[in-house]
Design a protein around this ligand. Sequence first.
Ligand SMILES: [Zn+2]
Length: 273
Amino acid sequence: MRTLSYSRVEMSQLAYPEGNMTLRRSRTALVSALCATALLAALAACELPPPERGFVSRHEQPAEADRESADFLKRSRLVELVTADLNAYLDVPHRITVVARSCAGEGSGYDPRTRRIELCYDDLTEDRNLFEEADGRPADEPLAEVVRETLHHEAGHALIDALDLPVRDRGRAEEDAADRFAQLMLLRDPRGDHALLTAARAYDLAAAADPAPDPGDEHAPDPARAESHRCAVYGADPARHPELATPPRADCPRTWTTTRETWTAALTPLLGK
Ligand SMILES: [Zn+2]
């Protein structure tokens, strides 16, 4: 049986668009009061309904083999932090559920029919192994950064869908735009550059481990995705990253400006707070 667990902190404080705070707080208070009185009689019926708009996180029970990755995600609260970050910036008029689950190798992704982002425990295990084999030490920190990048990439797909942007359903163009959304979001955070560089390294490690790209994969090849992230990090602040300066990256500041302006303009309908 799948267990739904909506995080209490996100339900009450983080995930609601501010405009609806009062209404939702009072509804939460009412449900909490009712639940308190009926606690012994009907514990199971007291689960709060998920919010109707914005990004909402959920953790499913893992397959036995994925237990360690599922525990890591719960412990780190990464899904809750990323959804809170997205909700603080954007007011999406419908619910986008972000589900952490065992996918048996299907791969993390966004499903427009159900408006669900699926983050696969098994992907995390794979990424952890790549880092631990390369570095010979526990990889909690790089793994957390890769998860943040993955969640923002998938959120990019969800927003391309919500806004019906011109790249929607255009394969590689949509994938590239989703990567640029991850860059935009992560580079709003002063430490997001590190997360993007770690994600770039994960693409390099994956390419080294499996150099033949899957011909059915609509994403850019891993080395191109890695370079796109490095170009964004360098372009956003060349003085902060002199180590990334190379002649081919001379255009990166201009590329970054285009990324920021294009995505910010596209998001305008959702910025109304
Ligand atoms: Zn994608």
